[in-house]
Design a protein around this ligand. Structure first.
Ligand SMILES: NC(=O)c1ccc[n+]([C@@H]2O[C@H](COP(=O)([O-])OP(=O)(O)OC[C@H]3O[C@@H](n4cnc5c(N)ncnc54)[C@H](O)[C@@H]3O)[C@@H](O)[C@H]2O)c1
Length: 453
């Protein structure tokens, strides 16, 4: 079934790929659906999958000015606010049923389920020609990401990953400064997250795994698990805390790299790393098959590319902290969640979500810096960029061909922390580690019976 808003043709689609900057190629009205087709400013019919938590914000931001026609959530307690606001929307628990019954009515879908069900929900939407906004990280495995990138191209749909900082003014400033040579040639990026350390490391809750709990009547636990291997319900997993459990979440690194490393990823066109090496606090191979450790440091090596030289990216979370930048004045703190970007002629620090608070340090160098022309197109916000892109027939800024490889960085780190001290060699195009067969098992972990991508 075709969406009322058509998919792009191959030329239009390819034009919008690969670049963090969305390419604007407005589709004339006759292409949008014939002379009698919908005008470009018609409202879109939006469905939300996972509408509690972050999804509640997403469905309001994306659906507020559109028609929200369907809401799907496995837990009616979590979907109550959305149900009260969008009273005309039909309610579902299973997105497969929603698509079967409403395929003709839905144009676009906003997905904000836990990480382990992103891929199955995205795929169900895209193979039916629906445009997709999916929360970060794009998926739970590298294989899933590659499949989603392929499906987005094949189905020519407009996609956006939910790293909302990508639409900020500050990330554009950062990219323009780097291109301008504000700190010379960038050699190192130190990126960190100091948030929610007790959520990401769930070691203390491991003894509770065997406990017996009744599944609340409002929750469909089997659907919540989706393609993950079966385990008994326990309120310690959901909501929110699933992020610290390996079968469901991607740890601090998977959760935050899409926000914190997005600026460097865009400005330096990092792409896939060649090497990934983890250092882990309190590593225990038995514990860390199920929960993330209390502190991780992951070093990625990127080969020289285009105009830039090789880049070292180091990620720190939990008990691991980045070194204090030498250019930072006494009395100023480095960002707790953010990045330190080191070049041959200076240092930049910034916070999370699109390089918030970006500064050249020290402040005297910032003040002396003559800012370059604004060359990167500005967008009206992340959800609006996606909605506009659908209407204009262009790709959104963090489309899956941009967001997918960014999210992959976090997932590669989450694999490397299972093999601390081993420098894993990654062959990006072949999607495999060339020096570690066991690590390759985590690139595409098996789905539970009854689920496929
Ligand atoms: N962009 C951001 O700043 C940001 C912030 C927070 C969370 N997130 C992302 O949003 C996603 C959700 O995180 P959260 O903190 O809201 O989690 P959460 O557990 O609080 O909420 C998840 C919601 O999805 C529902 N759900 C679970 N499985 C479902 C399924 N199979 N089908 C339909 N509904 C389902 C739950 O009932 C709940 O309403 C994650 O991927 C997370 O990384 C992004």
């Amino acid at each position: 079934m075709r969406s009322r808003y058509p998919r792009l043709n191959r030329r239009q689609f390819v034009a919008g790929l690969g670049a963090g900057v969305a390419v604007c190629s407005v589709i004339p009205r006759h292409v949008l659906g014939g002379e009698s087709g919908p005008a470009a400013n018609d409202k879109l019919n939006i469905a939300g999958i996972g509408v509690g938590g972050q999804g509640w914000g997403d469905i309001q931001a994306a659906g507020g000015g559109e028609n929200v026609v369907a809401l799907c959530d496995v837990d009616t307690r979590r979907s109550a606010s959305a149900q009260q606001k969008f009273t005309a929307a039909r309610q579902f628990r299973d997105f497969r049923k929603m698509f079967d019954e409403m395929e003709k009515q839905i144009d676009a879908v906003v997905i904000a389920t836990p990480d382990h069900t992103h891929a199955v929900a995205c795929m169900a939407a895209m193979t039916r020609g629906k445009h997709v906004y999916c929360e970060k990280p794009l998926a739970h495995s590298v294989y899933e990401i590659r499949q989603l990138m392929r499906a987005a191209r094949d189905n020519k749909v407009i996609t956006q990953m939910g790293n909302q900082g990508h639409s900020a003014e500050t990330i554009r400033m950062f990219c323009e400064w780097i291109a301008d040579g504000a700190i010379g040639r960038v050699t190192e990026v130190h990126a960190s997250c100091d948030a929610f350390a007790s959520v990401y490391s769930q070691i203390r809750n491991l003894p509770k795994v065997g406990e017996k709990h009744d599944v609340p009547a409002e929750l469909d636990w089997d659907l919540w698990l989706g393609p993950a291997q079966f385990r008994a319900y326990n309120p310690m997993y959901a909501p929110w805390n699933w992020r610290g459990w390996m079968p469901f979440g991607t740890g601090a690194i998977g959760d935050w790299i899409c926000h914190v490393v997005d600026p460097a990823f865009w400005a330096l066109d990092l792409g896939a790393p060649e090497t990934v090496l983890a250092e882990v606090d309190d590593y225990d191979p038995k514990l860390h098959a199920d929960v993330y450790p209390p502190g991780t440091q992951v070093t990625y090596g990127f080969a020289a590319k285009g105009q830039r030289g090789p880049v070292k990216l180091v990620w720190y979370d939990g008990s691991r902290r980045p070194p204090r930048p030498k250019d930072l004045e006494e009395g100023r703190n480095p960002p707790g969640t953010g990045a330190i970007v080191i070049g041959t002629e200076g240092t930049i620090t910034h916070g999370s979500h699109g390089a918030g608070g970006v500064r050249i340090v020290p402040e005297a160098q910032m003040r002396a810096y003559q800012q370059p022309e604004k060359t990167i197109p500005r967008v009206p916000g992340h959800h609006q960029d996606w909605l506009q892109a659908i209407r204009q027939g262009r790709q959104a800024g963090s489309n899956f061909d941009y967001g997918g490889p960014l999210a992959e960085l976090g997932l590669l780190g989450a694999i490397a922390i299972r093999y601390p001290g081993v420098k894993l060699q990654w062959d990006g195009p072949a999607m495999r580690f060339t020096n570690h067969d066991e690590a390759n098992q985590h690139v595409n972990p098996p789905y539970r019976e009854g689920w496929t991508l």
